[in-house]
Design a protein around this ligand. Sequence first.
Ligand SMILES: Cc1cc2nc3c(=O)[nH]c(=O)nc-3n(C[C@H](O)[C@H](O)[C@H](O)COP(=O)(O)OP(=O)(O)OC[C@H]3O[C@@H](n4cnc5c(N)ncnc54)[C@H](O)[C@@H]3O)c2cc1C
Length: 402
Amino acid sequence: MKTPKKNLRGGRPLWADSPRIAIRCRSRLAQERCDVVVVGAGISGALVALKLAEQGHDVVVVDRRAPCRGSTLASTAMIQFELDTTLSDLADKIGAARAERAYSRSFRSVRALGDLIARLGVSCGWKERNALYLAGTENGWRALEAEADYRAKIGLPSTFLDGSSLKSGFGIARTGAILSEGAAEANPVQLATACLRAARRLGARVYAPHNIRQAYPHAQGVDLETEEGATISARRAIFTTGYEVVSGVPRAKFDITSTWAIATRPLAAASLWPARCLIWEASDPYLYLRTTYDNRILAGGEDSGLQDNERRDAAISNKAHRLLHKIEDLLPGRRLQIDYAWAGAFADSPTGLPHMSPVEGLANCFAVLGCGGNGITFSVIAADVVAAWVAGRTDRDADLFC
Ligand SMILES: Cc1cc2nc3c(=O)[nH]c(=O)nc-3n(C[C@H](O)[C@H](O)[C@H](O)COP(=O)(O)OP(=O)(O)OC[C@H]3O[C@@H](n4cnc5c(N)ncnc54)[C@H](O)[C@@H]3O)c2cc1C
């Protein structure tokens, strides 16, 4: 069993300076025993651990870094049901019925996350937003109009805006866009640490930093061994190790690429756009942007197949300025200054869907890998899929993700 250690991000992510993102961890570990051990304490591990703890399982979470210091710290946290692959394209790739199920499940999962946050009373910058998907180089207005009709037909809250409505409503000059309800934004690190704290209140133990280097499955469960020789014995192990993907997840399922993001200095609230919807575009590479509670513009994109981390991080300044110029082109008349700029690893899959399944060759182990721009929505789904698997059931949509 291997989860190759990667440099998951570079530069200075906005969330690193947030309040309430530290979490007390146990550092001494010799031998532990539990029902389920969750390897990886990012947003996926946090949601999985909380779900399992709420269902009465005795849970241990272990991370080789401090919790939420992997990709979750780099995330721009636009939380959407719309996938990187449009519903129409996904239907071509995996069949209409499956594509419709994937979109509907994503839609319900964003809602479920909002409900969870309300139930926990977590303060994590959660705001429901509309999302505006602009016509671009990959899909023009005709394709977006057809896409909006298709989504509306299956009950998703998407409507098409033509170029003149877009201009008058948002001041954006494009040939058309899809406006969707049902999206949200958050501070992903405050969200994940709050879930870990809630899991801990239910008895979960969080250990860090401890690197799991080996798994030994057996008839009753699995023993995990740390680099220092400690062991965690569990009935089941869940690998929510993000883009440090556990071996056993087929390589054909994903590519690890690079992406960049910036946060501007705070602006006057009046100079942001109407209703502060999330904005993204049907282009490759695409630009996406949102606002923050303190009136910054948070934007990302410029994705490339670059896999060399040093070159990825060396490109931060250049990519940050390209992102800034793209925002200024899209939303002219604002004076923007970069305050934070960073880069991160990112997983891409041929369909944009994540991977969640038992690990090949490792009995009693399950792996979660959130691909594409919807990693957080997929983490919510992963918590359900994992909970069903641990209970010996199969989530009704599990077939979409394996
Ligand atoms: C720049 C950027 C922008 C993004 N924007 C968005 C967005 O707007 N919306 C969205 O939904 N998603 C977005 N994503 C994707 C989303 O952030 C990720 O899908 C999500 O954070 C992954 O969370 P995770 O918990 O799976 O992984 P991580 O946060 O990386 O957590 C995995 C943890 O596993 C630990 N680990 C790995 N191997 C071991 C081991 N052997 N032993 C112990 N611990 C181990 C790591 O230390 C790490 O802490 C973005 C990603 C990036 C990089």
